[in-house]
Design a protein around this ligand. Structure first.
Ligand code: ADP
Ligand code: MG
Length: 614
């Protein structure tokens, strides 16, 4: 084929591939244009996740009728005029290709009127084919409507997900633009229901609270730093409100939301030692710097930028946070690298311990009856365990010994029927550093990670229950409304049946709130909303959606980890005994569900060798 220039329409469609990925991309571009137009109020509405219709109404400067066709032409922009401008962009847009791209893959109408103009005008564009400009009565500002996105590119359309998922992305795009602009009144509606209403003028913290809930906002620590021409300011969350992924790390450069790996890394470093592995800090950081220190023209949707001196920015962010944390009482510091603890964790841990003790005491009392004072022979242990009595499904599960006759269809279930090894003298153990248990065993010395072991025990219990369909749901007397992020809410509603299998029952409640009406009875110790959030984090993190069984497994891990006693929890001797006893009841108890070992064994032989006895 000879070389020939592509028709403009095709060029736009190709560009659309870069800029317009899904309805959320349209929302982003239209909202950016409205912000650039100086609007003080921006109303966004979407129908069917934005697939049917996206409408953005603003009260900004408008477009003169004569310029309407240009607005839809590619590489036509009012925002920069020459190359110099490109390096001092003060607006969100400047490439002049968003509207052209969107209009090439949808049915788009723009109606607009400048505030001082007598009347407005309108233009329509269907799949890139431009109509005539026609007069239209419209309030000052601009209304852009995008219908039937990807109607002429069916392959793209196929890639889109369910309405709820697309709505999640739309909400996220909305939030990213609304967050850094507290002086603009934003609303988002979906299928005529209001999702967000963010009034202007409340300041940044107020805006964050309106987007993510008061609870999160109450746990934010104000941070600020100025180093020459670069200033950073914003909020970093108390480590007690960490997340399972980095989605709640928002960076803004002069009002534009950006992603930057190096800055995310700095954030992680700042929280090092305050969060356990796999947990991510929450932060909202706004950066201001002169335009010559950054190139914003390196990414089609400008999500990424290039900093002239990213090393300097990295250290500035890190030292700002470190310095602040050193002078702030973070509460969790006592638990150092422990699982993040919310305010109620103390009480929760105490309650959990008490139940463990109660259960263990019951056991120990019966040992004493049976054996008098010398109750440490291995055989006793074995007898004790073969007679667990009937299983009461209403009891919190984690404190019950798992009977042999318990349904337990975990992989390798055969071994559940053969008697577990009984030789270890497991009742005596020394707790060290409030996190490890040291016991003598027939082989030598075993050092157990208390959290890892308990987590494993819980995991096996839960798994057995879920697989046999025996999860009891505890109905809440008063269903509890839980405020979620839009993405979480979408994930929750989309996965209601999966949640139900785990014993978590939810109903839609309007907006991003869901009503929690039941939760797994066996998790009586964790606040129900926490169970829900933990599970949703896993669902969202696995967007690629492995098979449901993997997902279920992930969820079980997450719940077990959340419910297990923590490193740093001081255990009473009875609790230790209870834990060790259950240790033999789970298969493969040497590894916690995350794959870390639950126990290390030092053989007697090795000890002898080391002490040069042999
Ligand atoms: P860019 O934003 O990169 O300039 P767009 O394709 O998004 O490119 O928009 C093209 C032009 O249309 C903008 O430069 C602006 O002049 C005009 N425009 C688009 N949306 C609006 C709006 N909501 N209000 C006023 N002008 C707008
Ligand atoms: Mg634009």
């Amino acid at each position: 084929m000879p070389i020939r220039p592509l028709p403009q329409n095709l060029v736009n469609k190709i560009a659309a591939g870069e800029v317009v990925e899904r309805p959320a991309s349209v929302v982003k571009e239209l909202m950016e244009n409205a912000v650039d137009a100086g609007a003080t109020r921006i109303d966004v509405s979407a129908t069917q996740g934005g697939l049917e219709l996206i409408r953005v109404v603003d009260n900004g400067g408008g477009i003169p009728p004569g310029e309407l066709p240009l607005a839809l032409a590619s590489h036509a922009t009012s925002k920069i005029a020459d190359v110099d401008d490109l390096f001092r962009v003060g607006t969100l847009g400047f490439r002049g290709e968003a509207l052209a791209s969107i209009a090439s893959v949808s049915r788009t109408t723009i109606a607009s009127r400048a505030p001082d103009a007598a009347g407005g005008a309108e233009i329509e564009c269907v799949g890139g084919r431009l109509g005539e400009v026609a007069p239209r009565g419209t309030p000052p500002g601009t209304i852009v409507e995008v219908r039937d996105l990807f109607f002429n590119t069916p392959v793209r359309r196929k890639f889109l997900r369910t309405t709820a998922t697309e709505l999640g992305h739309v909400s996220e795009a909305f939030t990213r633009i609304a967050l850094p602009a507290p002086n603009i009144h934003f609303t988002l509606r979906h299928n005529d229901k209001i999702v967000y209403d963010l009034p202007a003028g409340g300041g940044w913290l107020e805006r964050i609270a309106a987007c993510f809930g008061r609870e999160l906002a109450a746990n934010l620590i104000r941070v600020e730093s100025a180093d020459g021409e670069i200033s950073l300011s914003g909020y970093a969350a108390n480590p007690s409100v960490s997340r399972g992924n980095n989605r709640m790390q928002y960076f803004f450069l002069g009002g534009r939301h950006i992603r930057d790996r190096s800055l995310q890394h700095a954030l992680g470093e700042a929280y090092r030692g305050l969060l356990t592995a796999g947990r991510f800090p929450v932060a909202f950081i706004a950066m201001q710097m002169p335009p010559e220190l950054v190139d914003v023209n390196v990414h089609p949707t400008k999500l990424e930028v290039r900093f002239l001196d990213s090393g300097r920015l990295y250290s500035q962010l890190l030292s700002m946070l470190r310095a602040k944390f050193l002078t702030t009482d973070l509460q969790v510091q006592v638990r150092s690298d422990d699982e993040p603890s919310a305010a109620h964790d103390e009480a929760q841990a105490a309650q959990l311990r008490q139940q463990l003790v109660d259960w263990a005491k019951g056991k120990i009392a019966s040992w004493e009856e049976d054996d008098g004072k010398n109750a440490q022979h291995a055989d006793d242990n074995s007898r004790e365990l073969t007679a667990p009595g009937g299983f009461d499904p209403t009891q919190p599960l984690q404190l019950q010994p798992l009977g042999r006759n318990e349904p337990y269809p975990a992989p390798g279930a055969e071994s559940a029927n053969s008697p577990p090894p009984r030789n270890d003298a497991t009742r005596r153990a020394l707790q060290i550093h409030n996190r490890y248990l040291v016991t003598e065993s027939a082989e030598g010395v075993t050092i157990i990670d208390q959290h890892a072991l308990h987590e494993r025990i819980l995991y096996e219990h839960l798994k057995g229950r879920v697989l046999s369909g025996a999860v009891e749901t505890q109905n809440l007397l008063v269903p509890e409304p839980v405020d979620l992020s839009p993405t979480e809410a979408a994930a929750a509603l989309e996965n209601r049946d999966l949640l139900a299998r785990l014993g978590v029952r939810i109903e839609p409640f309007g907006g991003d709130t869901v009503l929690l009406s039941g939760y797994p009875a066996m998790l009586a110790n964790i606040p129900p909303a926490d169970v829900l959030r933990t599970v949703l984090e896993q669902i969202i993190a696995g967007v690629k959606r492995p098979d449901r069984r993997d997902l279920l497994d992930e969820l079980l891990h997450a719940i077990a980890c959340k419910a297990a006693i923590k490193a740093g929890d001081r255990l009473a001797p009875e609790e230790i005994a209870a834990l060790l006893e259950q240790r033999h009841l789970v298969e493969d108890a040497h590894h916690c569900p995350h794959g870390r070992p639950t126990a290390l064994v030092f053989t007697r032989e090795e000890l002898d060798k080391r002490f040069k006895r042999i």
